[in-house]
Design a protein around this ligand. Structure first.
Ligand SMILES: C[S@@+](CC[C@H](N)C(=O)[O-])C[C@H]1O[C@@H](n2cnc3c(N)ncnc32)[C@H](O)[C@@H]1O
Length: 221
C-alpha cells in the first residue's frame, strides 16, 4: 500500500478512521430505499443471465452491499482500499471474501469477473483518473458482464467536488459518466435517477452498463 498515489493513501486513511460510524450509517441504507434495491436486483439478473464469473463490489466499505449481492444469489466478494474497512467487513460477514486493494489496479486476470458494482466508490476518484478506472473495470470483466455505478448526480452542473463527510468526492452529470463508460468499451443498458430522501442532500445516479467484446487485436497492456 506504500506505493499508492497520495490521493488514494488519503482516501484509505480517511475511511480507516471512520469505520464504526460509517458502518452505522450504511447498515440500514438499502432497507429504506426500494429504488436502490431495484437497481441491484436488475444488476443481479443481468449478471446471472450473463453467467460469466464472480462479481466484485469495488469500494465495498463495511460489506453490506456485497452481502446483499450474495443474498441475491451472486458469487460476490468485496475489495476496498481501507484495511480497517476490510477487517470490519470480514468480521461482519465471516462467510464472504473481502480483499484489500485499489479498484484502479486490481490483481485480477483479464476477463476474470462476471460483474462489477461500484456503489458510491468511484465518487472519490479525481475526474482525470476516472477513464483509467473504467479501463481497469473493462479489462477484468468478461464480455457481456454488467457494471453498475452508483454516484451523486450533479443536477445540471458540471462535475464538481463537494464536502463529503469523509473525504473529497465528486458529483457527476449522468450523461458525462455514461459517455466515459462508453469510451471505455461499455454499452448502456439503463439508468435510474432517485431524488434525495430524508437526510440526503443530492440526487442519486445509477448507471447499468455492459462490457462489450474487445475489438480484435486490442491488447490490454
Ligand atoms: C462511500 S464508501 C461506500 C462503501 C460501500 N460501497 C457502501 O455503499 O456501503 C466508499 C468506499 O470506497 C472505498 N474506496 C475509495 N476509493 C477506492 C479505490 N480506489 N479502491 C478501492 N476502494 C476505494 C473507500 O475506502 C470506502 O470504503
Amino acid at each position: 500500500m506504500n506505493e499508492l498515489p497520495a490521493y488514494l493513501r488519503a482516501t484509505g486513511e480517511a475511511y480507516d478512521s471512520v469505520v464504526a460510524a460509517y458502518a452505522d450509517l450504511a447498515r440500514d441504507h438499502l432497507d429504506g430505499h426500494p429504488l436502490d434495491r431495484s437497481v441491484l436486483t436488475a444488476f443481479a439478473d443481468h449478471a446471472r443471465a450473463a453467467a460469466t464469473g464472480p462479481v466484485a463490489e469495488l469500494g465495498c466499505g463495511p460489506g453490506y452491499v456485497t452481502a446483499h449481492l450474495r443474498g441475491l444469489g451472486l458469487d460476490a466478494f468485496g475489495v476496498d482500499l481501507s484495511p480497517a474497512m476490510v477487517d470490519f467487513a470480514r468480521a461482519a460477514h465471516p462467510h464472504l471474501r473481502f480483499d484489500v486493494g485499489s479498484m484502479d489496479a486490481l490483481g485480477l486476470a483479464d476477463g476474470e469477473l462476471g460483474g462489477i458494482v461500484s456503489w458510491y466508490s468511484v465518487i472519490h476518484a479525481p475526474p482525470r483518473e476516472l477513464p483509467s478506472y473504467l479501463a481497469e473495470f473493462r479489462r477484468v470483466l468478461a464480455p457481456g458482464s454488467p457494471l453498475l455505478l452508483a454516484f451523486f448526480e450533479s443536477e445540471g452542473g458540471p462535475v464538481a467536488a463537494f464536502d463529503h463527510k469523509v473525504t473529497t468526492a465528486y458529483r457527476w452529470p449522468i450523461d458525462e459518466l455514461a459517455r466515459l463508460a462508453r469510451e471505455a468499451g461499455f454499452t448502456e443498458v439503463g439508468r435510474m435517477l432517485r431524488e434525495p430522501g430524508a437526510q440526503e442532500r443530492f440526487r442519486r445516479g445509477h448507471l447499468l452498463m455492459r462490457a462489450e467484446p474487445r475489438p480484435p487485436g486490442e491488447t490490454t497492456d
